[in-house]
Write a protein that binds this ligand. Structure first.
Ligand code: ADP
Length: 456
């Protein structure tokens, strides 16, 4: 078999960009991306795609209607495909055993059952979603228990390593591609098919074939190692705040060690980026966020009640509109609980998403009160009017280009900037009259109070 027709179930952050790149690089393959959500598919077929990723618009524009199709016809797409990617979401369970920790596999199971129900002939089923080890075995079980005599399946594990905000670049130039399969003749043949697809643009030495379980565990192990680094540097950041060391200097000094390296040693208000957060668990994502929120309150003379804070950025990182597990949700919730008024601006996150995130039951029991305290703006210069402070929660490049002199003029004095992402030029801001605070560094206000004989 040579794969001619690929189907991808799940048109989300993983399935959408991955299959768009496959369609782009493999004009000889028809790619059908399907989803149960009509809204999502409508957006994929429009000029405003449901997700923002640099470069994605161009790829989709070139391939859509040629060999890339988005639809809700899940059954037809499964029937027509030689190879089916499962890239549905595996959200952290919000109920039952493993609540707040374990991945919920119900969507994957639904897909497996749907494939078993409608598939005809031989199919390769590729697990792309991040799953616990041996999930492929569960898929195999469901498929084999429901298979008709004329149908056969091979299950592969092909975990995704893209980072949101750089998805297209990561997909085009991956560090490596993992393809895990059954150790049998049929398994090897299936691995060869998927390898052939990637070989359209990825050099062979970057394609690693391994057993299914090794592949699944490699993905989780990579996430855990990344999480460890992020979590370590954030612990160091807290120490810096307490001792007067500067986390930027410490990270740079430690990162010079070739055994350690400098990547992923940037302290920030975010602990778990989405891909690493499950390994670390959501509760720990909240830790640096709470520390940062507390610091803001302390610095603003121990109260933010009825003060207006201009929030720059709501996405969990730059170049994405994704807010899942964004530290902004935690920081803002904390500030809202203290009665702060928040003026929020993000270049890509939809207004409705911010409202949903801050008023959803998981975050607050008082949605009506929260609605009154939050205002969302489309203009960064409007957002700072009469604000006591600017709070930077996402590292968007455009924040660095603002005219802070102009902003300072319209803010309440003393004007504060809390840079949760360490992206602004603090020296320049201080010269403009701002009081700046960042993470991983001792409070300047503390020392200010001490030197002026303050009472702390
Ligand atoms: P990820 O970041 O893993 O890509 P997303 O939430 O962005 O996750 O996307 C997952 C997509 O999968 C969603 O658009 C959702 O509607 C879709 N999905 C979930 N379950 C099914 C299913 N059983 N059949 C089809 N699509 C599904």
């Amino acid at each position: 078999m040579v794969v001619k027709n690929v189907c991808c179930i799940g048109a989300g952050y993983v399935g959408g960009p991955t299959c768009s790149v496959i369609a782009w690089k493999c004009p000889d393959i028809q790619v059908h991306v399907v989803d149960k959500s009509e809204m999502r598919i409508k957006q994929w077929n429009s000029d405003k795609l449901p997700i923002y990723e640099p470069g994605l618009d161009d790829v989709v524009r070139e391939c859509r209607g040629r060999n890339l199709f988005f639809s809700n016809n899940i059954e037809t797409a499964i029937k027509d495909a030689d190879l089916i990617f499962i890239s549905v979401n595996t959200p952290t369970k919000t109920y039952g055993i493993g609540k707040g920790r374990a991945a919920d596999l119900k969507h994957i199971e639904m897909c497996a059952r749907k494939i078993a129900e409608v598939a005809e002939g031989n199919k390769i089923v590729v697990e792309k979603s991040t799953v616990p080890v041996r999930a492929a075995e569960s898929i195999t079980h469901i498929l084999s228990a429901n298979t008709r005599p004329d149908v056969s399946f091979q299950i592969l594990s092909n975990p995704e390593f893209l980072a949101e905000g750089t998805a297209i670049e990561n997909l085009l130039n991956p560090d490596r591609v993992l393809i895990g399969g059954e150790e049998s003749k049929a398994g090897e043949a299936a691995v060869a098919e998927l390898t052939w697809i990637y070989n359209h643009w990825v050099p062979s030495e970057k394609i690693i074939t391994l057993s299914t379980w090794s592949s699944e565990l490699s993905k989780l192990a990579s996430n855990a190692f990344l999480a460890q680094r992020v979590s370590s540097i954030n612990a160091i950041s807290a120490l810096c705040e307490a001792t007067g060391a500067d986390v930027t200097q410490v990270a740079s000094a430690v990162g010079q060690d070739s055994r350690i390296g400098s990547k992923f040693l940037t302290a920030s208000v975010v602990l778990g980026q989405l891909t690493v957060s499950r390994a670390v668990s959501t509760s720990q994502t909240k830790l640096p966020s709470c520390r940062f929120a507390k610091r803001i309150i302390e610095c603003l003379f121990n109260t933010v009640t009825d003060k207006t804070l201009a929030v720059f950025g709501f996405a969990f990182k730059k170049n994405t509109g994704d807010t899942r597990e964004s530290p902004a949700i935690y920081v803002c919730s904390h500030l809202l609980e203290e009665g702060a008024r928040l003026n929020i601006y993000d270049p890509k996150v939809e207004r409705s998403q911010i409202e949903y995130d801050l008023t959803s039951a998981a975050v607050t029991s008082e949605p009506e009160r929260i609605k009154k305290l939050v205002q969302i703006f489309d203009d960064p210069y409007e957002v700072v009017k009469d604000a006591h402070a600017i709070v930077v929660l996402t590292e968007w490049d455009e924040f660095k280009t603002y005219d802070f002199k102009k902003m300072h003029e319209v803010m309440k004095k003393p004007a504060f900037i809390f840079d949760g992402r360490k992206i602004l030029d603090h020296e320049a801001l201080i010269k403009l009259g701002f009081h700046t605070e960042t993470i991983g560094k001792r409070f300047t206000r503390n020392s200010l109070l001490r030197s002026s004989g303050g009472d702390r």
